[in-house]
Design a protein around this ligand. Structure first.
Ligand code: ATP
Ligand code: MG
Length: 255
């Protein structure tokens, strides 16, 4: 199963991604959590020390070795399909629950959408993760989903849009909905985040533009405290466990 997570800044994408990843790992799946947000902090949410961990986009030697060209160069010849299948194992770090983390990093955009060694490398890796990787993959992304690309996006089983009960979060969800239509990704679902009461729940239900709401993570003191204490929230917390269990069940293939 391959899940991508998107939504407005600060809504709880990383929190949801990390909790689902840990839930699956504790249920016995091999899980790869992919940090595809330029402002990477999925490691912290998983309780992984990422000091000294270089994002894939910044691994100059590796990119050179695999593409045949030095990152930073534009034009010239390089492999458009570098080998990447060994990278999820060799570059990831594992957390306490057995979740493996891969940090993608970002590329400074050259004018006109660069085709450069580092972008080819990231594209190849993304596409491998979605289309060929055997593990469950969950990708923590920013609000934009453009780096999925058309071919890759079609391999994503579900794009989860995290929404807070608030107008701006809903607006972002509508924008993401539009982007997904552009790239042919139709399997969308929303997850409510930081929901405090029935009124907020109803707000989400009324305003999601037809995107199915498959679950809700309530506003949780345990999640807020964990953040203050720089530790992952406890999955034993009944409220968190119940919410994640339901969302995970909704994501399981029905047949
Ligand atoms: N259900 C929740 N209850 C209480 N606090 C929450 C909840 N979900 C997230 N938070 C808090 O909200 C803040 C933002 O959460 P998180 O980092 O998961 O969002 P994000 O969407 O990944 O943000 P960014 O766009 O910056 O990557 C964090 O301080 C987190 O602890
Ligand atoms: Mg985040």
């Amino acid at each position: 199963m391959k899940i991508a997570v998107s939504g407005k800044g600060g809504v709880g994408k990383t929190t949801l991604s990390s909790l689902l990843a840990r839930y699956w790992a504790l249920s016995g799946y091999r899980v790869l959590a992919v940090d595809a947000d330029p402002d990477a902090n999925l490691g912290a949410a998983l309780g992984i020390d990422t000091t000294g961990l270089t994002p894939v986009a910044k691994m100059e030697e590796l990119i050179h070795e695999r593409t045949g060209a030095q990152p930073g160069t534009v034009g010239g010849f390089f492999k458009m399909n570098p080998r990447v299948d060994d990278l999820p194992d060799s570059l990831s770090r594992v957390n306490e629950d057995g979740v493996r983390l891969l940090v993608m990093g970002t590329i400074k955009k050259g004018g006109g959408g660069c085709i450069c060694p580092e972008s080819v490398m990231l594209k190849a890796l993304m596409s491998h993760l979605v289309l060929y990787e055997k593990d469950r993959v969950i990708m923590d992304m920013e609000a934009g989903i453009e780096h999925l690309g058309r071919g890759t996006a079609q391999g994503v089983d579900r794009l989860l849009i995290v929404v807070e009960p608030g107008r701006r979060s809903i607006d972002t969800a509508s924008k993401v909905l539009q982007l997904t239509q552009d790239i042919g990704l139709t399997k969308l679902a929303a997850v409510g985040s930081k929901v405090r009461n029935a009124k907020q729940e109803q707000f989400l239900l009324n305003n999601l533009d037809g995107i199915p709401l498959i679950g809700m993570l309530p506003f949780s003191d345990e999640i807020a405290n964990a953040d203050l204490e720089s530790r992952p929230p406890s999955l034993d917390d009944p409220e968190i466990h119940g919410a994640i269990e339901k969302i995970a069940a909704e994501l399981e293939p029905q047949d």
